[in-house]
Design a protein around this ligand. Structure first.
Ligand code: NAI
Ligand code: MG
Length: 373
């Protein structure tokens, strides 16, 4: 069977790391057809949409997508960079990544953070933490108010009778963001974490929350976590508060295996964990739903390096590896992993962040060579 893969390079160095991914995927003969999709800043500027409908339509005909990185800018700059004929159309910039997650219901953001032995950027060599971040709701549900209506103020007072002072605050001086947890949303991300632990023989799953302060939303998360955990008696269910775990992750990261959290807490801990094992040159993720998945490096378009072929392609190669695992191509996935590991260990052909001088595509060639060794 030939896979159909949506190929979304995006902007700047996103294009370069995707070229690197093709060198490795083609070299390892993944049986796939790659269909280019337009996404990113130039489509915002020229068409008023950084994720044109033709791209999402095309994606719906594919098995999954590999995505490089895009450039995004604050609303005011975004408007100024539109072509003149679009400037008076009252267009608003929306993050195409957030839209992909919503449109394809990619609720699970899986972020592996494993130390590759010999990586000089590792905090320790025995770190292997996979973060499951809920991708569609929580603190990033987009339920926000500013200015705040009198009605909403009254409603808020019901939840916090002692907080009378915001009733006297003028609407335009009061902004509110709501954290939204649904039982369904909590359950599917927590289940994904336990299923992963079962499949890959991990011993512990830790819920990261703050239920002593965020009593309602945190309370629901804990309730769901306990119920789901009971179905996996062979796996230890741990709990940590978001603030405490940031200290523990720096002090004893080797004690953790699988972490699960709502959107904002997951965003924070996944960046923390990423930095423990190599940072943006290695951090990769999958946005996974029930029927579709988008794999990507975590970094952005790194404009200062655009066109220079300087950035580390490892993050994108590891995202491509995740994609191969998703497709069931375990042999190719294992080869990419091996190629990356040997290349990092030997450090003969590596990019600047690892103390080398090699170019993006040279690293890809080296990874391919090592993958086939
Ligand atoms: P960035 O991740 O693009 O780069 C920050 C710095 O990290 C770079 O200057 C470089 O020093 C380092 N870096 C990034 N990727 C690297 C790699 N592969 N190898 C080695 N070093 C690497 O973040 P920044 O500069 O904050 O954002 C640039 C643009 O990217 C912005 O427009 C931002 O909105 C966008 N962005 C897009 C993301 C995405 O497409 N998923 C994620 C983050 C930012
Ligand atoms: Mg982030």
């Amino acid at each position: 069977m030939t896979y159909r893969i949506a190929w979304l390079p995006g902007d700047g160095t996103g294009k370069e790391v995707m070229e690197a991914a093709r060198i490795v995927l083609d070299g390892l003969k993944l049986n796939a057809e790659y269909i280019h999709g337009d996404i990113g800043w130039e489509f915002w500027c020229n068409e008023g949409d950084p994720l044109p409908k033709r791209t999402t339509d095309m994606m719906k005909t594919t098995d999954c997508a590999l995505f490089g990185a895009i450039t995004s800018k604050p609303q005011k700059e975004a408007k100024n960079e539109l072509i003149p004929s679009l400037r008076d159309k009252n267009l608003t910039y929306f993050s195409p990544i957030v839209r992909l997650r919503q449109e394809f219901d990619l609720y699970c953001n899986e972020r592996p953070n494993f130390a590759i032995k010999g990586n000089p950027l590792n905090h320790r060599d025995d770190i292997n933490i996979t973060v499951f971040r809920e991708n569609t709701e929580g603190s990033y549900a987009g339920v926000e108010f500013w200015p705040t209506s009198e009605e909403l103020k009254q409603e808020m007072l019901k939840g916090a009778p002692k907080m009378k002072n915001f009733m006297d605050t003028p609407s335009e001086d009061l902004a509110v963001s709501a954290r939204v947890i649904t039982r369904k949303g909590a359950e599917r991300i927590i289940r994904a974490a336990f299923e992963h632990a079962r499949k890959f023989n991990r011993q512990k799953v830790t819920l990261v929350e703050k239920p002593n302060v965020l009593r309602k939303t945190g309370g629901l998360m804990v309730d769901v976590f306990e119920k789901v955990a009971a179905e996996y008696p062979e796996i230890q269910a741990w709990f940590d508060n978001i603030d405490a775990i940031c200290m523990w992750l720096v002090k004893s990261p080797e004690k953790y295996e699988v972490l699960v959290a709502e959107n904002l807490f997951g965003d924070i801990i996944s960046d923390l964990c990423g930095q423990l094992v190599g940072g943006l040159g290695f951090a990769h993720s999958g946005n996974i739903g029930s029927n579709y998945a988008v794999f990507e490096p975590v970094h952005g378009s790194a404009p200062k390096y655009a066109g220079l072929y300087k950035v580390n392609p490892m993050a994108t190669l590891l995202a491509a590896k995740m994609m191969c695992t998703y497709l069931g191509e375990h042999d190719i996935a294992a080869k990419i992993q091996r190629g990356v590991e040997l290349t990092v260990q030997e450090r003969k052909v590596v990019t600047y962040d690892l103390g080398g001088t090699a170019k993006t595509l040279e690293v890809a060639e080296e990874v391919l060579k090592n993958a086939l060794r």
